[in-house]
Ligand binder design. Structure first.
Ligand SMILES: NC(=O)c1ccc[n+]([C@@H]2O[C@H](COP(=O)([O-])OP(=O)(O)OC[C@H]3O[C@@H](n4cnc5c(N)ncnc54)[C@H](O)[C@@H]3O)[C@@H](O)[C@H]2O)c1
Ligand SMILES: [Zn+2]
Length: 243
């Protein structure tokens, strides 16, 4: 049980596990492989440079799969808590599926980007909404670059291994933690605790004296850093979690 009162500031971190019950597989459930490809091959700048067609096929397939996917009880429970806490709530997600926003969450930092946006791999035009599932063998080109006389591939607006998280994410989290003071509470859901800087958030909260909760299907690498660990499915646990 995570008690909420008038002084509570709740910082939430979610990972792929919260969307598993919506039918979006986690990497780990897929054995870290996709049709024989290592995750690094479809989620790194080097993999994209080597084989952009294969990488676009991967993300196009994920886009196509999203049309049948909806938020689950865990996403809805967090949106409900946000309605109670308002600005004393901040949700940081590693997910790129957009399901938190679809559930009605507003104070969301998508620190790894969004599957339904693309950007240019060369120029600095703003990322734009792109729900297109491109046909096998198609890698889209940047129209802005084309008009300037150069060929440049578009890429998904997703943070890949070795790339910096979304600009502004850490300062926004710091501002929230500063405002929270002794009221800071931290909840992590469905994340294997391996991917930094997200995995280090629990230590930031501990250093500030805040209490922390973890809800996950199994005990992840950093489970011992949390005050309370609940092993279980997010869609079952979260709706009953907030007092
Ligand atoms: N839905 C998505 O957007 C999506 C899906 C796969 C991968 N990714 C990306 O891959 C990276 C992988 O990191 P990660 O730690 O988020 O994922 P991960 O796949 O490494 O770990 C997911 C964790 O969720 C747990 N889990 C599985 N089902 C659960 C459930 N029903 N309830 C609670 N917990 C459950 C697993 O035990 C595991 O520890 C992320 O950075 C993310 O950007 C995103
Ligand atoms: Zn461009």
């Amino acid at each position: 049980m995570l008690p909420l009162d008038a002084s509570t500031y709740l910082l939430v971190l979610t990972g792929a596990g919260i969307s598993a019950e919506s039918g979006v597989p986690t990497f780990r459930d897929a054995g870290g492989l996709w049709e024989g490809h290592a995750v690094e091959d479809v989620a790194s700048p080097a993999g994209f440079a080597r084989d952009p067609l294969m990488v676009w096929q991967f993300y196009s397939e994920r886009r196509a799969n999203m049309t049948a996917v909806a938020p689950n009880a865990a996403h809805h429970a967090l949106a409900e808590v946000e309605r109670r806490l308002g600005d004393r709530f901040l949700l940081v997600t590693q997910n790129v599926d957009g399901l938190h926003t679809a559930a009605g969450s507003e104070r969301v930092i998508e620190m790894h980007g969004n599957l339904m946006r693309s950007r240019c791999s060369v120029c600095d035009r703003a990322p734009f909404e792109d729900r297109t599932a491109y046909r096998r063998g198609v890698a889209p080109m940047c129209g802005v670059c084309q008009r300037a006389g150069r060929d440049a591939l578009l890429r998904p607006d997703i943070v890949w291994f070795g790339e910096a998280i979304v600009a502004g994410a850490l300062p926004r989290i710091e501002t929230f933690v500063d405002a929270a003071g002794a009221g800071l509470r931290f909840l992590a859901v469905g994340t294997s605790g391996l991917v930094y800087p997200a995995a280090g958030l629990v230590d930031v909260v501990r250093a500030r004296g805040g209490r922390s909760w973890l809800v996950n299907a199994d005990a992840p690498a950093n489970a011992r850093s949390f005050d309370t660990v609940t092993l279980g499915a997010a869609g079952k646990v979260l709706p009953e979690m907030f007092a």
